[in-house]
Design a binder for this molecule. Structure first.
Ligand code: C5P
Length: 227
């Protein structure tokens, strides 16, 4: 299991300061919309320059027509990030186009598909997708698997079921982790490290419990010891 820290501080400097304080650890960092739109490629380069072994997950959740998604995927792969994601609901053709295009690279980034956004409640989700979240999340995961993606972004409570319906090695990345049962804040379905282990999650995403901690280094060490 790998730890992926969400770089969700408001300012770039604070995110960089956090990366620097953790430079001795084997870590993944998740860069989202705000940081990437504002701080761009330079931000990614700066993270890698702190420790070349740091891995970057660029969380841009692509959703568009197949040709446009493949073009975007090509540009993302050129950035040298280690993982990025697309929406599974963009469909087979789009996911296949993305995989074909990143396949042109010698060391392509891992590609994950978002199944269901955790902000949806079942009723809202059903209005859009016509089915219950849990059922549809498994279907989306199977589609992504058929299209040769590397894995999915899913709730920690769906990880094991998704592996059972695809393959043990099909990666699951699970946000909403409160490692030691910290405050869940706006997250609806949170799980701790024990749940993540039981559910065989490959990547746990942790944001606030780390970057808002008094001593982020101390909590990162505790998490790394446990996983
Ligand atoms: O602070 P916290 O640990 O809740 O942060 C979780 C991170 O994972 C945030 O960056 C959030 O946007 C992201 N995320 C999520 N649920 C998803 C996909 C991404 O919480 N389904």
């Amino acid at each position: 299991m790998k730890l992926c820290i969400a770089l969700d501080h408001i300012e770039k400097d604070e995110n960089i300061k956090l990366c620097k304080s953790l430079k001795d650890y084997d870590l993944w960092f998740k860069v989202g919309f705000r940081s990437f739109i504002r701080d761009g490629k330079d931000f990614l380069k700066e993270i890698k320059s702190i420790n070349p072994n740091f891995k970057i997950f660029l969380d841009l959740k692509l959703y568009d027509i197949p040709n446009t998604m493949a073009d975007a995927a090509f540009e993302i792969a050129k950035l040298g990030v280690d993982m990025f994601n697309v929406h599974a609901s963009s469909g087979r053709e789009a996911m296949r186009a993305v995989m074909n295009r990143v396949g042109e690279f010698e060391n392509p980034p891992l590609v994950l598909a978002v199944t269901a956004l955790t902000s949806f409640d079942n009723e809202t989700f059903k209005k859009i997708y016509g089915e219950d979240i849990e059922k549809k999340a498994i279907e989306f995961a199977k589609e992504a698997f058929l299209c040769n993606l590397d894995g999915v972004v899913c709730s920690v409570f769906e990880s094991k079921k998704i592996k059972e319906n695809t393959k043990e090695s099909f990666l699951t990345l699970t946000p909403g982790i409160r490692p030691f049962k910290e405050e869940s804040e706006d997250q609806k379905r949170v799980g701790d490290l024990k749940v993540a282990k039981e559910q065989k999650s490959d990547f746990i995403v942790v944001g606030r419990p780390i970057y808002k901690a008094q001593d982020p280094k101390e909590i990162v060490e505790r998490i790394l010891r446990e996983i």
